[in-house]
Write a protein that binds this ligand. Structure first.
Ligand SMILES: [Mg+2]
Length: 155
């Protein structure tokens, strides 16, 4: 079975989790597990610290699904979301994403970073950002539920 996407990059807070909490957003764990089971390389790119991100993914039981977890780094330096996305891609072993690689995020900064790296910018509607702001940031799709991602893939 051909993977439906070459890879998928996820923001953490408000995308994998409920905004401001470490609970998984409804339906997200099932999506991540299904993508992983189909051989899709998965990465997290977050403005949180990398160690924090790893701990949250551990708590969600999803850490093993992600080949790459990139955050602002142990030194606490924040170099902007685009830099973190670049690091997430390096963690997947590539310097540039394959065409058709989506990045899911709940904030305009996620979508701008996605575009900067040639990723398909996909907004998520469960993170609390108004849908209009996601479209304005260049979203090519805004998901209302995680499983809607499948409709964007080659299946
Ligand atoms: Mg977020």
């Amino acid at each position: 079975m051909t993977p439906p996407f070459p890879a998928v990059v996820f923001d953490l807070d408000g995308t994998l989790t409920v905004p401001g909490a470490t609970r998984p957003a409804p339906g997200v764990a099932a999506l991540v597990e299904a993508l992983h089971a189909r051989g899709v390389d998965l990465a997290v790119a977050t403005s949180a610290g990398t160690a924090t991100a790893r701990r949250v993914l551990d708590d969600l039981g999803l850490r093993g699904c992600f080949a790459s977890v990139a955050g602002r780094g142990v030194d606490g330096r924040y170099a902007g979301k685009a830099a973190v996305v670049g690091e997430a891609l390096l963690g997947l072993g590539v310097t540039a994403a394959a065409p058709g690689t989506p990045m899911l995020g709940d904030s305009p900064a996620d979508l701008e970073a996605a575009r900067a790296h040639g990723l398909v910018p996909v907004g998520v509607g469960w993170g609390g950002t108004r849908e209009g702001a996601l479209w304005a940031a260049g979203a090519t799709a805004v998901l209302r539920r995680p499983d809607e991602l499948w409709s964007l893939g080659a299946s």
